[in-house]
Design a protein around this ligand. Structure first.
Ligand SMILES: [Zn+2]
Length: 400
């Protein structure tokens, strides 16, 4: 894997401490524009504490590098006085995000600033093998490249995999619902696409996406729990850093035991959170075989069927047990519920709020916020692209 990225010096070799400082400042200004949106030079001066002349030099260099663009004079909402000249992270610098699921492969193009520029969904009747996935992604990416001609500078691709992914090289140890085992997906895709590719666990990527652009913006300690029709994944951010664990396998919150008399999980144990709190268990009550998050919100909002309401209450109860454990374990400022669990939260707010506000040790004296994820269907694309930006565009080179 390469390090350093677009802010690195053109010539190889050791960096002087001045170069290192300059790169660190370039990275700080670009990261601010990318994460927080367009800013005037005066706002950047205020936020960074650097001098006006330093910011002038840094922003000029970022514009020359093609990473920032000058939007000209704009009226800033809520600001009195003359229009300010705004700078923005250039959305033409873009990353490809890839999200393989059991029934579809989604490929998106995301610009600096986090906007999803293009999205292509390819439905599959059964989960695509790693080899099929590479073939499908390659044909979609070729199509995107042909359509977008020369207007975008694609800096790499990020893959959000529902499974255990080794962070060092993007090898999938196990993605049970896709049927993938020991697949070097990042390396294979990198050869097929001819670009830098990084892969990560989908829930870790979701946590990062919500942390950078969504409900968890500005929060340093966050537990993210996502439910899909197939399972539950988690991502934990502590002190602003994603908790990886050995090789990157941390965060399998779906295999927390919540019901000793429950069903057997594919992991071999009885009563894991993801086998008990599960959209599949709800679908028969709704008379459906599939339902998306928005439809589910509506269906649960008008639900009157006592059997359905009992199942919702049962699942909310078990989820609340797990959430209390997570608050005790990680002491987050915020718990973010995404996907199916977001819909369950909207249907059982009081019970789940109690799980993070009252039940943990110390209860009401602590302040933990419970939020529903904000980025919804954009999350995996924005988060997957962020893996690429974080390693290819924003970092400074190591100073060895
Ligand atoms: Zn399990």
């Amino acid at each position: 894997m390469t390090t350093g990225g677009l802010l690195s010096p053109k010539v190889a070799g050791a960096l002087s401490s001045n170069d290192f400082m300059r790169q660190r400042n370039l990275s700080a200004v670009l990261t601010m524009l990318h994460h927080d949106g367009p800013r005037s030079r005066s706002e950047i001066v205020r936020s960074t504490g650097l001098t006006r002349s330093t910011i002038a030099v840094l922003t000029t260099e970022l514009i020359e590098l093609g990473l920032v663009q000058d939007l000209g004079a704009q009226v800033v909402p809520g600001q009195v006085g003359r229009p300010s000249t705004l700078l923005e992270a250039d959305p033409h610098v873009a990353a490809i995000a890839i999200h393989p699921e059991t029934d579809a492969i989604t490929v998106g193009l995301v610009g600096l600033g986090g906007e999803v520029i293009r999205r292509v969904r390819y439905d599959t009747s059964t989960p695509a093998s790693a080899r099929e996935t590479v073939r499908i992604v390659r044909s979609i990416v070729d199509g995107i490249r042909a359509d977008l001609d020369d207007s975008y500078r694609i800096v790499g691709a990020g893959v959000a995999v529902p499974g255990l992914v080794r962070v060092s090289d993007g090898r999938v140890l196990l993605a049970p619902h896709l049927g993938w085992k020991n697949e070097p997906i990042a390396a294979t895709l990198s050869r097929a696409l001819g670009m830098f590719v990084v892969a990560g666990n989908d829930a870790s990527i979701g946590a990062t996406g919500e942390f950078v652009f969504g409900a968890g913006k500005g929060v340093q300690n966050l537990v993210y729990v996502n439910g899909t029709a197939r399972g539950i994944g988690g991502g934990i951010i502590i002190g602003g850093t994603l908790l990886n664990g050995t090789e990157g396998y941390a965060g399998e919150l779906g295999h927390t035991l919540v019901n000793s008399r429950g069903s057997r999980c594919y992991c071999g144990r009885i009563g894991c959170l993801e086998t008990e709190v599960n959209l599949d268990r709800l679908l028969p009550f709704l008379g459906r075989t599939f339902i998306d998050e928005d439809e589910l919100d509506i269906a649960l909002g008008v639900a009157r069927d006592p059997a359905l309401l009992r199942e919702v209450a049962r699942q909310a109860e078990l989820l609340s047990e797990a959430l209390t454990n997570f608050v005790n374990l990680f002491s987050p400022e915020m718990v973010v519920l995404a996907g199916y669990l977001g819909a369950l939260y909207s249907a059982a707010r009081e019970r789940l709020a109690e799980a993070v506000h009252v039940q943990p040790l110390g209860g009401n004296a602590r302040s933990v916020r419970l939020e529903r994820a904000k980025l919804r269907s954009r999350l995996m694309l924005v988060g997957g692209a962020e893996l690429v930006f974080a390693s290819q565009v924003l970092p400074v080179a190591p100073s060895q």
